[in-house]
Design a protein around this ligand. Structure first.
Ligand SMILES: *Cc1c(COP(=O)(O)O)cnc(C)c1O
Length: 449
């Protein structure tokens, strides 16, 4: 395969025109849309209009006239179309961490009533830390414990008569492993557990089928594949037959059945509206809507299924090109080789026996790539047990996925081109071949690494 072959793939790509919807800096190869999505071209003008017209001129009347009050549900309905949920089932609110606290509390409350002896939350040790931290906090408050497994293959066997909730991120942030939502939801239910899915790395990246695959609760992130901007609001979904069971613990006035009755007593709204807490962030929601609209604009071109097919073609190209062009440089593939279990990212690590591996060079290699205009990211391995504070049910030392320093390259099929992938691998080879990562300027660490 040559660079011309990559260009030919772009020329034949029916989704290629979608890239025009984004304001990408010239010359940059951006492979970090799984951490912060790119700015859509529509966003600045739309947010400007909300500021100058809706806020500036309409002032408080815009809560009604500009539909600000309906935003969490109206935008929720749009996101629902991307994740296999129905209208009225999903709301936009707060951050992913806060929404996870709400849905995990509700799942535990349902189990306290249905199966009070079940006191264990099962998750992966390599799950995103905020998910584990929120689970630890709830365990401390509710006298539960956390059972962490070290590999996807161990999840089903960890579900037993003590398990209250299975908590998973559908695509693991460190490895790019895509879990089988239908199979694991079924396994959880068979074991008598509820299942909570975090869609941070899957909503907008691949087709998600919350209802069809038997999920109970879900949360997701607005600023990754939904392109909603830094700190964009997140979302929460609860399966319709569970949504009216229990009030989520952050019982704010906008989740009240009649917020403007100003009653002193809390009465939850029916349905998913009770998962709203306080006043929505109107400006941030306007930006998020522009991001979600970029994904919905792909519907006539095949929507999420077409985006998934392109994403897999991009990650396959990355893996094949890296295997061929970086052979002998000590790079190991951390992501699954098998398409069906790979999300929209390629994660690499250095063989500890290689030069770069011995030097712990993963961070410096990522920095050297950024200096060449190829933006991926670095995720540090955690060498220790990885859990402090909360009670822990089984304290096996965590090997493998959690320990290696990871070089992470996300592809976003709306705007990543095949030639970007090709060129990124060429730069990766250049950085390692020339030992560029040894330069002192690449060993500095920023606040966000
Ligand atoms: C990005 C991400 C989050 C982000 O949480 P915030 O509350 O928005 O900071 C949470 N969980 C997972 C799995 C993520 O990847």
């Amino acid at each position: 395969m040559t660079r011309d072959d990559a260009l030919a793939l772009d020329a034949a790509d029916a989704l290629a025109p979608m890239r025009q919807l984004f304001d990408l800096p010239d010359g940059l190869i951006y492979l970090d849309g799984n951490s912060l999505g790119v700015l859509p071209r529509a966003t600045a003008a739309r947010v400007g209009q909300v500021i100058t017209q809706e806020w500036g001129r309409g002032l408080i009347g815009s809560w009604n006239s500009a539909g600000w009050m309906d935003q969490p549900q109206r935008l929720g309905d749009k996101i629902a179309r991307l994740v296999g949920a129905g209208p009225g089932e999903l709301v936009v609110a707060d951050s992913t961490s806060v929404n996870l606290f709400k849905v995990l509390s509700a799942a535990l409350a349902v189990q306290r009533e249905d199966a009070p002896t079940r006191r264990v939350i099962v998750s992966e040790r390599s799950n995103f830390p905020t998910d584990l931290y929120i689970a630890q906090s709830l365990c401390q408050q509710q006298g539960c414990s956390l059972r962490l497994v070290d590999a996807p293959g161990q999840i089903a066997a960890a579900l037993d008569a003590d398990t209250a909730v299975l908590l998973l991120t559908q695509v693991n942030y460190r490895t790019g492993h895509l879990h089988d939502m239908a199979g694991l939801s079924r396994a959880a239910h068979r074991a008598g557990a509820r299942v909570v899915w975090d869609l941070a790395h899957s909503a907008g990246a691949l087709p998600v089928a919350l209802n069809a695959d038997g999920a109970d609760y879900a949360v997701g992130c607005g600023y990754k594949f939904l392109n909603g901007g830094p700190g964009a609001p997140a979302f929460a979904w609860v399966r319709p037959d569970l949504v009216d069971r229990f009030v989520q613990p952050l019982s704010g006035w906008l989740g009240h059945a009649a917020p403007f009755a100003f009653e002193p007593g809390y009465q939850p709204a029916a349905g998913i509206a009770r998962y709203v807490c306080g006043t929505p962030s109107v400006l941030a929601m306007a930006a998020l809507e522009c991001g979600v609209d970029t994904l919905l604009a792909a519907a006539p071109l095949g929507g999420m299924a077409a985006l998934r097919a392109k994403s897999l073609a991009l990650t396959r190209l990355f893996i094949a090109a890296a295997a061929e062009r970086c052979a002998g440089q000590g790079l190991l593939l951390v992501s699954p080789d098998d398409d069906a279990s790979r999300g929209s990212q390629v994660c690499l690590a250095f063989d500890p026996a290689s030069d770069a591996g011995r030097a712990g060079a993963a961070h410096a290699v990522v920095q050297a790539l950024i200096a060449r205009g190829v933006v991926g990211d670095f995720r540090a391995g955690s060498p220790g047990k990885g859990l402090t504070g909360g009670a822990q049910d089984s304290a096996a030392e965590g090997p493998a996925a959690n320990q290696a320093d990871i070089l992470r390259f996300g592809v976003t099929p709306l705007y990543t081109r095949f030639v970007d992938v090709w060129d990124a691998v060429a730069h990766l080879r250049g950085v390692i071949d020339r030992g560029e990562w040894r330069e002192p300027r690449f060993t500095q660490r920023g606040a966000v690494i």
